[in-house]
Design a protein. Sequence first.
Length: 499
Amino acid sequence: MHFEGGHDYEQAIRYLILASENAAGRFAYRDCVEILRHAQELVVKLTPAVRAEIEVRILEFMGDARFALGALVESAQTYAAAAARAQQAGLKAAQMHALTSAMYPLGFIGPEEGVAALDEAVKVSMSVNDPARLALTQMLATGFRLVFDSWSQTHAELCTSAYETLLRLYPSELDPYQRIVYAHILMLKGKYAEALDLCERGVSEASASGVGQVVNFLAHFGALSAEIIIFLRTGQLGKVLQITKAGRASPDENLSLYWLLTLREAWLRTMAFDFEGARQICQATCNVRGEFPDGQYYAIDQIAAGNMALQQGRYSEALEHFRHVQDVDVHTKFFMHWAWRMMAHLESSNAWLLSGNIVNARTAADGFLKSALSTSDPYLQALAWDLKARVAMAESNLQGARESIQRALAIVDSSEIQGAAWQIFATASQVCRHAKELKTAETYRDRAESCILQIVDSFEPDESLRATFLAAAPVRRVLGETPVNKPTRQQQLRRRAAP
């Protein structure tokens, strides 16, 4: 007020930006936006020499705050305005930054537009003699494509190369959130320890570096996204449930974070065989404010519905649900949409197997395997080889089952995919039983049980989802195959739960 009253508008704006940062520090993002609007009103009073740079800065910060509020359309529009203003003023670095920032909201509401914005950022960076900036925009653009568009080994290699170039040239060019973008790519390659380390470093750097509270929020937001998927892949289901329950207690505080966590909890419940619970979350939360996309909720809901139908022997109905996921318009992009389509292939093959249609089961299994091998994801690849082994057993092709399950076991032994490992060990046990190798079969059954108990122990003893997982038919089959000289698995579990 003092500087505005004295017509020193540049100083007035400086203190308004400081005030908006203070508001963001209190998570008062609406106040932050209102303060920045006041700053916008003063920008027109500045001299042309300094006006554009400050205006772009205000717009970018406003885009950050609107993203934190969950106002995704407005956030994307604000970043676009910042990029356009920077382009008009010839501020190429600012233009690139605004275009890459647009990936935050566009990842939710318009991945196609996000890809276009990042491609434009790469073009701009190529016109500037700045190798670090070029490497950064290439890393972000290819990383975004891999997650929201389609998996491509070429893009994965370019993303890794750009990241390594950036670290070699100017490691300080990466802000915490950008490190976490790359952590998602490591996660999809099964490099879970590296990805988790990058997430932890990114969050730690955000907290210690004094960056704005919104950037700090984005780092935490992105870290949660990668960490939760890693925990799902590694079988730490109880840990995921703790995170989602704690983080979505107050949806009005931040709708983006609430949306992320409810989505991940629905994902978790499908893995714990709580298909009804997953559907309830999807149907209750889907498009709660009319701004968030329905694609991922729809995919999870249909896969859960299909599995519920399978449990009741309604195979045609189950196949229809899985087909809905596979047939989603190819132009409908959402987070890891390609992986959900693959999972629908997997579930379709399971449905054909249970219905006794081995020919169709093999066709679906071949499609899933081909898609999984086109990625670098050990979780998907192991499940694909496991499926091939089960189809081969149904065809009485013991040699084919052996070859396929050995490929799945090799992946399990070289990665930490506990979320899928118990199923693969269970299949290996069945293959060995068919081959009359009973001692080896029991060894694999023990390994399957060990994985199951690790998953069970990740839950609190009184958590209902723990009981749901244990009650699932595939889990009961493993725990029920107990030699006469051992206590039953249910007895062991009761002992674990005893005080």
